[in-house]
Design a protein around this ligand. Structure first.
Ligand SMILES: [Zn+2]
Length: 575
């Protein structure tokens, strides 16, 4: 573990909870829930103070979860850490679900709620939604759903192939797609795809089961289909399925042509007659990978310089995290894969977990997670409820915070990480990845719309629909002789199994981040100011209000998509 929890200054002392609550002891936790549930509330002042106490309690409660998750992922081979984490998620958290629901209900049934000032609007709406969607008969079904989703993770995680004398995971195999040798790329791509194909029918069946189960959950809650339910469950109060369809159509019209143009250039530079699926990740000039830094202290120092150039608060907050060891950047044995930024809600501080090895993409990853961290810093003193602070902002905007930082930070990699040419190459790769991401998001979103509004489809019909989507949103690569692989290609998108409908958020946020970036180009100071203004609101406002604070319309239709396509096209030609 990188940071020493006991050494971090507690700037927000407890007023309601006693210092020594033992969150491993359910009877103690239960007593706090009971105290809040039984308290009589006669005035709006009493309700506000009740909310304050509840917020303090939830902050402390979820801090235990966050801390144990962080400790466990930093060292997965330590049985003590695993035990502490599992005890909390298996013994404590499930027991807390009914009393959490009871507090939501108590809040809704308190007459003083009607007199709460406007700043409680978002909190009110969220809790009302929770209670309205709750059905006791869905509790078991949701458990079943979680089990099936876990089954997906297990099947996907167990896949390995044997290559170059070693057993390798499919994630490890992905790096060979950057290899300059086309033969190696093709061989490793085929190996990985053949391995995936072995699970094709199992995955098909698993997905069909999930779709049927979700349909049942939606029906129980009074919805015709799961799409309507998912929109409410995901708190999409401010946009509709029709808005998502407008996004899909706009991406097809404005982004797909740009992506196909990039593919044409790529096949010319690579000097191949026909671009293939294994040709999309390699540097087309055949240059060796960029090397932005050699050591973690060097990385930290250079990031600090970038943040100083953007805004003095960013620099100060980042160095603060470094000093408290709230960033664990390097990849090492025993660490869980991936990267994340989480909030320690009682300390009101972020923790960044990464697996960096010195690649170009690592720079973007740390910029991204820093954006999330700055969100937490920006909302440290935000009242009145922990629901409003950084990490709890709606994901459509939380990802604006992080994706914008990739773009704004990218403006300063020259002179810190790279010389002029390498910086241009790194930026080009980043922008190209954005152009490729948007059509993929549109595909996944359109796929789910169809799947859940046609719940009685057969696996074959599903594949046919998927292929039609790939004609609309696919790039210039040829799948000839690999059509069967293309038919089941959707199965690699874990969100379809584990987090239905969760994906368009990234598209909405990416367009928002591009909007911030455009403002920054016009006037760097004003761009950063708009970014900071919106971050400081955390999750206390609706999505249209958060976007407005950032100087952006809350719109992901043709007008915005077209202007983003223009900006991306212009920048890509410049470099
Ligand atoms: Zn993120």
């Amino acid at each position: 573990m990188s940071f020493d929890y006991s050494q971090i200054p507690r700037e927000y002392p407890r007023r309601f909870l006693s210092r020594d609550v033992d969150f491993d002891d359910w009877s103690q936790v239960e007593r706090i829930f009971a105290e809040l549930e039984k308290r009589s509330i006669h005035s709006v002042e009493e309700l506000e103070s009740w909310l304050e106490d509840e917020s303090e309690f939830y902050s402390a409660f979820y801090e235990v979860y966050a801390l144990r998750y962080a400790r466990m992922t930093c060292q997965t081979d330590d049985p003590e850490r695993e035990k502490a984490y599992l005890h909390f998620v298996e013994e404590i958290e499930p027991k807390a679900k009914p009393p959490i629901f009871n507090l939501d209900k108590k809040f809704l049934e308190t007459p003083a709620r009607e007199q709460l000032p406007g700043r409680y609007f978002v909190l009110n709406r969220r809790r009302q939604n929770n209670v309205e969607l709750f059905r006791p008969e869905n509790v078991e079904l949701e458990k079943e759903e979680a089990k099936l989703a876990q089954k997906f993770e297990k099947i996907a995680g167990a896949r390995t192939v044997f290559f170059d004398g070693q057993e390798r995971t499919l994630q490890q195999m992905a790096q060979y797609l950057e290899n300059v040798s086309r033969d190696i790329r093709k061989e490793t791509w085929s190996l990985a795809e053949d391995r995936r194909t072995k699970d094709r029918e199992t995955m098909d069946q698993l997905y069909s089961e999930l779709v049927a189960l979700r349909q049942k959950i939606a029906k129980n809650a009074g919805f015709d289909n799961y799409m309507g339910y998912a929109f409410r469950r995901r708190e999409r109060f401010d946009y509709s399925p029709e808005d998502c369809i407008r996004f899909q159509d706009a991406v097809e019209q404005h982004i797909v042509p740009l992506m196909r143009l990039l593919d044409q250039e790529r096949s010319k530079t690579l000097q191949v007659e026909q671009l293939r699926p294994w040709d999309l990740d390699v540097d087309p000039m055949g240059k060796p990978p960029l090397k932005p830094f050699n050591s973690m202290p060097e990385l930290m120092q250079k990031c600090g310089r970038i943040y100083d150039q953007l805004d003095s608060d960013f620099g100060t907050n980042f160095r603060n995290m470094v000093d408290l060891a709230l960033i664990d950047p390097e990849s090492r044995r025993g660490k869980a894969p991936g990267g994340y930024c989480l909030e320690l809600p009682e300390l009101r501080l972020p923790f960044i977990f990464l697996n960096l090895v010195g690649r170009d993409n690592d720079v973007r990853t740390i910029l991204h997670e820093s954006g999330h961290a700055f969100h937490t810093f920006a909302t440290r003193n935000l009242a009145p409820h922990f629901h409003y602070r950084g990490e709890n902002a709606p994901i459509e905007f939380a990802e604006v915070a992080s994706m914008s930082m990739e773009l704004l930070g990218g403006e300063h990699i020259e002179g810190t990480f790279y010389d002029h040419n390498d910086a241009a190459r790194s930026r080009h790769e980043h922008l190209e990845s954005i152009v490729r991401l948007l059509p993929w998001i549109a595909t996944i979103d359109a796929f789910q719309h169809w799947v859940y509004t046609n719940p009685d489809h057969t696996p074959r019909e599903r594949e046919e629909f998927w292929l039609r989507l790939r004609v609309r949103f696919g790039g210039g690569e040829s799948w000839e002789r690999y059509e069967e692989i293309q038919r089941s290609y959707w199965q690699r998108q874990g969100h379809l199994f584990t987090s239905p409908f969760y994906y368009i958020e990234y598209g909405i946020a990416q367009l928002g981040a591009l909007g911030i970036w455009v403002q920054y180009h016009k006037d760097p100071k004003a761009g950063v100011a708009a970014y900071k203004r919106a971050l400081a609101l955390g999750g206390s406002k609706t999505l249209p209000e958060l976007f407005a604070a950032a100087g952006l319309p809350f719109d992901f239709g043709p007008k915005i998509v077209q202007s983003c396509a223009r900006e991306l096209g212009a920048e890509l030609r410049r470099e």
